[in-house]
Design a protein around this ligand. Structure first.
Ligand code: ADP
Ligand code: MG
Ligand code: ZN
Length: 488
C-alpha cells in the first residue's frame, strides 16, 4: 500500500508600513523620493531611541495604528480597541536594546480571512492575527567582519500570521499576491519586494492524509518573491516526505531558501522552543483605537483588488485574465481607473480596447524596458484617445502600435501623432473606390478565383490595395468593397 501525504502550511508575512517616520521616534522611515533605505550611508538614519540607548523612551507614531487597522479591516479582522506592546527578548548584534518591541498577547487585529484563486478553484485561509512591531537593524558580513547598520531599526512593520490552512505551495503564492495587492492598494506599504518590504516566513509540515494531528514543522525564513516562496515550499514538502518515508523524523528547524539551487538549507535547529520572555513594555501605554477612528478608517478604504476584478468583469466586460493583470500591477491599475474616469458611460465599450493595450503591448514594453509607467510621459488620456481612434477605425492596429510607441517617448497627443506621422486610415469610399477598381481590373484571374469561392485570394487583393495607398487604407473596409464588387 502506498502512503498518501498531505502538506500543511502557515505563513507569517512581514509588511513594512509606509509611514513618514519610524514607529517610536521621529527618524524618517521613508527615504527621500526615489531612493531606498539601503541607499543611505550606513548609520546615517538613526537617533538615540532607535539606536537603543539606555534611558531613552519610545513614543508611538499614531499613524501605524491607522495603517495596521486598515489592513485588519481589509481582511475582515476584529480590531481591538486596546492592544499591548510587548518586549521580545533576544540577543543579536543588530538589536542593540536586547529586545524587539512587538505585540504578543493582545495584538491590534485578530481573526480575519482572505480568499484567493488557484487552478483548483477558490480557497480561503484564516488570518490568526496582525501585530505591530519594529524592524531590527541589518548585519552586514564583510571581509571576515560583521558590521551593523541601524538605518532600518525602528521602521514599522505589521506581521500577518495565518492559520496552518494551506495545503499546496501555489496557494501560499496566490495568497501572497492577493495580500500584496491589498496592502499596496490600501497605500499602507510600498510593497517593494526587492527591498524586503514585503517578505514571508513559511511554516511547512507533512502528515499522512486523514491524520488530524499536525506534523513537526520547519520554518523557511525571509523569502521575498512569490515564485520563490512557492518553490521553497514545494522543495520542503518533497524533502520532508522523503525523510518520513525513510523512517526518520522531521527535525524542527529554521531553514533558508537558496534560490540559485532551488533548495532549502538548515540555518539553526529549533528543537527547544525559543523563549523570548515576552512581557508588556512598561515604557508604552496600550495602543487605542476609538470607534470614531475605526468608522473613519473604514469609510476611507479604497475599492480592493478582488472587488475591482469583479466589477471590471461584470460592468466593463473584461475577461478574468485582463482583470487579473490590471489589478496585479498598481500603476497599470491606476492608469486604467483614471482612463475609465475620462470616458462617458455610453463609451464603456472602450474599456476592452484600453484593457487590451495595457495587458498586451504596455505590459510587454514595461517588462522589456524595466521602467515605471508613472515615469513616462504617456497618460490615461492617451489610452482613451487611442482606443477611440481604433474603435472609430481612424487608425489601424499597426497604427495603434506606432502611435503608442510615439506617445510613450514624446507624450504628444494622439491627434498630433496621427497627424504628424500620417497614421490616419483612409476610410472614405470615394477616395478608395478608384484604387479598388484599378487593382481588380489588373488581377482578373484572382477575381475569378474569388468568384469561384477560393476565399484565400482576398488577402492578396487587399494587400495590393494597401500597397498602393501606402498602407493607409482601412483594410476592413477594403475587404468589404472587394466582396461587394465581386458579388455585383
Ligand atoms: P510561533 O509562536 O513559534 O511563531 P505559531 O504557533 O505562532 O508559532 O505559528 C507560526 C506559524 O506557523 C503560523 O502561521 C501557523 O499557522 C504555522 N504553523 C504552526 N504549526 C504548524 C505546523 N505543524 N505545520 C505548518 N504550519 C504550522
Ligand atoms: Mg512566529
Ligand atoms: Zn530614531
Amino acid at each position: 500500500m502506498s502512503l498518501e501525504f498531505e502538506a500543511v502550511i502557515g505563513l507569517e508575512v512581514h509588511v513594512q508600513l509606509a509611514t513618514e517616520t519610524k514607529i517610536f521616534c521621529a527618524c524618517p522611515a521613508k527615504p527621500p523620493q526615489g531612493r531606498s533605505i539601503s541607499d543611505l550611508a550606513p548609520n546615517s538614519n538613526l537617533c538615540s531611541v532607535c539606536a537603543g540607548h539606555p534611558g531613552t523612551l519610545p513614543v508611538l507614531n499614531e499613524r501605524v495604528i491607522e495603517f495596521a487597522a486598515k489592513a485588519g479591516l481589509a481582511l475582515g479582522c476584529k480590531i481591538n480597541s486596546e492592544s499591548i506592546f510587548a518586549r521580545k527578548n533576544y540577543f543579536y548584534p543588530d538589536l542593540p536594546k536586547g529586545y524587539q518591541i512587538s505585540q504578543y498577547e493582545l495584538p491590534i487585529c485578530e481573526w480575519g480571512s482572505l480568499s484567493f484563486e488557484t487552478q483548483r478553484g477558490s480557497s480561503q485561509v484564516q488570518v490568526r492575527r496582525i501585530h505591530l512591531e519594529e524592524d531590527a537593524g541589518k548585519s552586514v558580513h564583510e571581509g571576515g567582519a560583521t558590521l551593523v547598520n541601524l538605518n532600518r531599526a525602528g521602521v514599522p512593520l505589521i506581521e500577518i500570521v495565518t492559520e496552518p490552512d494551506f495545503r499546496y505551495a501555489d496557494e501560499a503564492a496566490e495568497f501572497l499576491r492577493e495580500l500584496h495587492g491589498i496592502v499596496t492598494t490600501l497605500g499602507i506599504s510600498d510593497g517593494n519586494l526587492q527591498e524586503g518590504n514585503f517578505r514571508c516566513d513559511s511554516n511547512v509540515s507533512v502528515r499522512l492524509k486523514g491524520e488530524s494531528r499536525l506534523g513537526t514543522r520547519v520554518e523557511v525564513k525571509n523569502v521575498n518573491s512569490f515564485r520563490f516562496v512557492e518553490k521553497a515550499i514545494e522543495y520542503e514538502i518533497a524533502r520532508q516526505i522523503e525523510v518520513v518515508k525513510s523512517g526518520a523524523r522531521v527535525v524542527q528547524e529554521t531553514r533558508t531558501f537558496d534560490s540559485d539551487r532551488g533548495v532549502t538549507l538548515s540555518m539553526r535547529s529549533k528543537e527547544q522552543a525559543e523563549d523570548y520572555r515576552y512581557f508588556p513594555d512598561p515604557d508604552l501605554v496600550p495602543a487605542r483605537v476609538s470607534t470614531n477612528a475605526l468608522a473613519r478608517w473604514r469609510s476611507e478604504l479604497p475599492e480592493l483588488p478582488q472587488a475591482k476584478r469583479r466589477r471590471y468583469q461584470s460592468e466593463l466586460g473584461l475577461s478574468a485574465y485582463d482583470a487579473g493583470v490590471i489589478t496585479g500591477n498598481r500603476s497599470i491599475m491606476m492608469v486604467f481607473d483614471s482612463a475609465m474616469q475620462l470616458i462617458a458611460k455610453q463609451e464603456s465599450n472602450l474599456a476592452k480596447g484600453i484593457a487590451n493595450l495595457l495587458t498586451g503591448e504596455v505590459s510587454r514594453k514595461l517588462n522589456e524596458e524595466s521602467v515605471a509607467l508613472e515615469d513616462l510621459p504617456i497618460t490615461p488620456a492617451h489610452f482613451v484617445d487611442l482606443a477611440r481612434a481604433a474603435a472609430a477605425q481612424v487608425i489601424s492596429s499597426a497604427g495603434v502600435k506606432q502611435a503608442l510607441n510615439n506617445a510613450w517617448k514624446t507624450g504628444e497627443s494622439i491627434d498630433t501623432i496621427i497627424e504628424k506621422h500620417g497614421l490616419k486610415q483612409v476610410s472614405d469610399l470615394s477616395s478608395l473606390e478608384p484604387v479598388v477598381a484599378q487593382v481588380l481590373a489588373e488581377y482578373p484571374a484572382q477575381v475569378d478565383e474569388l468568384k469561384s469561392g477560393k476565399d484565400k485570394v482576398i488577402g492578396f487583393l487587399v494587400g495590393q490595395i494597401m500597397k498602393r495607398t501606402g498602407g493607409k487604407a482601412n483594410p476592413a473596409l477594403v475587404q468589404q468593397m472587394i466582396r461587394k464588387w465581386v458579388e455585383s
